[in-house]
Design a protein around this ligand. Structure first.
Ligand SMILES: Cc1cc2nc3c(=O)[nH]c(=O)nc-3n(C[C@H](O)[C@H](O)[C@H](O)COP(=O)(O)OP(=O)(O)OC[C@H]3O[C@@H](n4cnc5c(N)ncnc54)[C@H](O)[C@@H]3O)c2cc1C
Length: 405
């Protein structure tokens, strides 16, 4: 392994793959005629739509899934670089769960190899653990360190300082978070700091869940398999063709809730990431692990660098020539297909609540999922919530009012 951690892309820049060429075939990919009816119309084939569709279809219900992208699975998708390196199309996805039920569910559709993500941060020219290791704080501040904020935090900066000394916050958290969200850390919600911790030991794993892994044949095959046997229409934007399809019982919409209402009360803000891929033919592995964060603003605007080979099944790695590095740059996208992270502040939360109240007042409509609920869900959380919603639907079904035609 090379010890070069400067991570300069030296290979040709790759363009994004053409994801439309090879639509999957296992789900019943159908084309929509002038109009169609189904008891349950599910908009979106991500983990939320896919899991609800699976539960309803398994219970013998009449279901159809509509997807506006050229592929299934929403943001849980991957593709192969010509070298054989598997790239997660919408950023690195590490599956983890503590739930036996969710683990059993996903293993119906894929076999998972063990992958416990290791993430590092480039700090002062060194590669350090992320989350922050106890030994780093002792080394940089001393063993009797104290958090730099006491009291009730009112924003993300205060909530972070309540966990660590200011010097550590400035080196690991402030720059990263301000790159991620494009605003000052004081403008972000305190709740956001719940997404990371400061270690009391030097545990290098990003997460400690009992089950962690990646589908052996990739995420695209996994999400395709969830929808196996279920009719799916690809390249179909429901919002542009509402008149062509009717739900007899329920419309489940997993797209952006503000887009559903034509943004008529304003747009919800999201962050997305632009990805720059480089193939380094002459290198085996360049980074010490799959993800290296770049919190230092003076070290360039990219937020992190991914080296996908680390995330592949260990037995496949020696057979691949070269390596693919991807740098991610955050921005605020207008295009709803590029919206990745809901913006964590009060103003957007209030706007979301207004859209939510309207959605809940419409009979025969369920708006859910990360875009429908304007909420970041890990994959296992998205699946767990979708399972719960599907069970509620099945329990209520005889009582549900038919959707207005
Ligand atoms: C960069 C990034 C990294 C992540 N990494 C991890 C990770 O490491 N581990 C983890 O557990 N989770 C991770 N996640 C979270 C994971 O991606 C989500 O949990 C999951 O994608 C949620 O699925 P969903 O179905 O709710 O939404 P989506 O995947 O967004 O699916 C919604 C689908 O609806 C479709 N759609 C929207 N509008 C319409 C319309 N009008 N007509 C037809 N179709 C429509 C969209 O095209 C999309 O396919 C990550 C997320 C991001 C953004």
């Amino acid at each position: 392994m090379s010890t070069d951690t400067t991570l300069k892309p030296v290979g040709a820049l790759l363009t994004e793959p053409d994801l439309g060429l090879h639509p999957p075939t296992d789900p019943r990919i159908i084309s929509l005629g002038p109009s169609l009816r189904a008891d349950y119309v599910i908009v979106g084939s991500g983990l939320t739509g896919g899991t609800i569709a699976r539960f309803l279809a398994d219970a013998g219900r009449d279901v159809i899934v509509l997807e506006r992208r050229a592929h299934l699975g929403g943001n849980v998708h991957d593709h192969k670089h010509p070298s054989g390196v598997r790239i997660h199309t919408y950023g690195p996805h590490y599956f983890r769960t503590g739930s036996e039920e969710i683990w059993e569910f996903v293993n119906r559709f894929a076999s998972f190899y063990k992958y416990e993500a290791i993430v590092k941060s480039q700090v002062d020219g060194r590669i350090e653990n992320w989350p922050i290791a106890a030994s780093y704080i002792r080394r940089s501040v001393g063993k009797d360190w104290k958090p730099s904020f006491t009291g009730t935090p009112t924003n993300f900066e205060e909530a972070s300082l309540a966990m660590m000394p200011e010097l550590v916050y400035r080196k690991f958290v402030k720059g990263y978070s301000e790159k991620q969200w494009g605003v000052k850390a004081t403008e972000l919600s305190a709740d956001l700091a719940r997404r990371f911790d400061v270690r009391e030991d030097d545990e290098p794993r990003l997460m400690r869940h009992k089950y962690q892994g990646i589908p052996r044949e990739g995420y695209a095959e996994f999400t395709k398999s969830i929808l196996s046997g279920i009719p799916v229409v690809l390249h179909f934007d429901y919002l542009k063709h509402r008149d062509r399809i009717k739900a007899r019982k329920l419309l489940v919409f997993t797209g952006p809730i503000d887009e559903f209402f034509g943004y008529d009360m304003g747009r919800l803000r999201y962050r997305g990431q632009r990805r720059e891929h480089s193939y380094l033919a002459g290198h085996d592995l360049v980074q010490p692990c799959g993800q290296v964060n770049n919190p230092d603003v003076s070290n360039g605007p990219y937020i992190r660098t991914l080296e996908w080979k680390h995330m592949m099944p260990p037995e496949e790695i020696p057979h691949i020539k070269g390596t693919v590095l991807t740098r991610e740059y955050t921005y605020t996208p207008e295009n709803p297909n590029h919206q990745e992270y809901p913006f964590p502040d009060r103003q957007n939360q209030q706007l979301y609540q207004q859209y939510r109240a309207r959605a809940e007042a419409i009979p025969g409509l369920l708006v859910c999922g990360r875009l429908g609920e304007y909420r970041y869900y890990d994959m296992d959380q998205a699946i767990g919530r979708a399972m719960m919603l599907a069970r509620q639907l099945l329990a209520q079904e005889p009582m549900r009012a038919a959707c207005a035609d």
